[in-house]
Write a protein that binds this ligand. Structure first.
Ligand SMILES: [Zn+2]
Ligand SMILES: [Zn+2]
Length: 137
């Protein structure tokens, strides 16, 4: 069986698959995404959670964004890979970090957001629209 999107963490204990297109794709350059990923940005795909099949035990870390929204970052407790995100302002939705895809060429970002907090060495595709703040507001 071939699904549109599938991926896993580094150790392989957590894997996922989704067979429909995401409702949103974009790169988040906020400070929390930089700190939690150790990199310049998080490439995010957002799906309805009921459309995503997850196997393995995911642990969620809760933090509060500057907007006041609660952001839960899902990671593998064994290898630490960050795979998922839940957002209090988007109930029922699940974010997937595109770097965990088995085929990363399936990810097509449509937007760079929270670019106001981007690191000076962060390189962005000049052809994508840029937003200073959150993706949806
Ligand atoms: Zn793992
Ligand atoms: Zn972010």
């Amino acid at each position: 069986m071939h699904v549109k999107y599938s991926g896993q963490c580094l150790c392989g204990k957590i894997s996922y698959s989704v067979d429909i297109e995401p409702v949103f794709t974009g790169n988040c350059h906020c400070k929390d995404c930089q700190r939690s990923s150790g990199s310049a940005f998080i490439p995010a795909m957002v799906f309805r959670e009921i459309d995503v099949v997850v196997s393995g035990e995911v642990k969620y870390f809760k933090s509060q964004a500057d907007s006041g929204d609660i952001h839960k970052r899902g990671f593998c407790p064994n290898c630490g890979s960050q795979l998922f995100a839940r957002f209090s302002n988007m109930p029922g939705m699940l974010g997937i970090k595109a770097g965990t895809l088995n085929n990363t060429s399936n990810y097509a970002p449509k937007l760079d957001f929270h670019v106001g907090g981007a690191a000076p060495w962060d390189f962005m595709n000049p052809e994508l629209p840029k937003k200073q703040g959150a993706a949806q507001s």
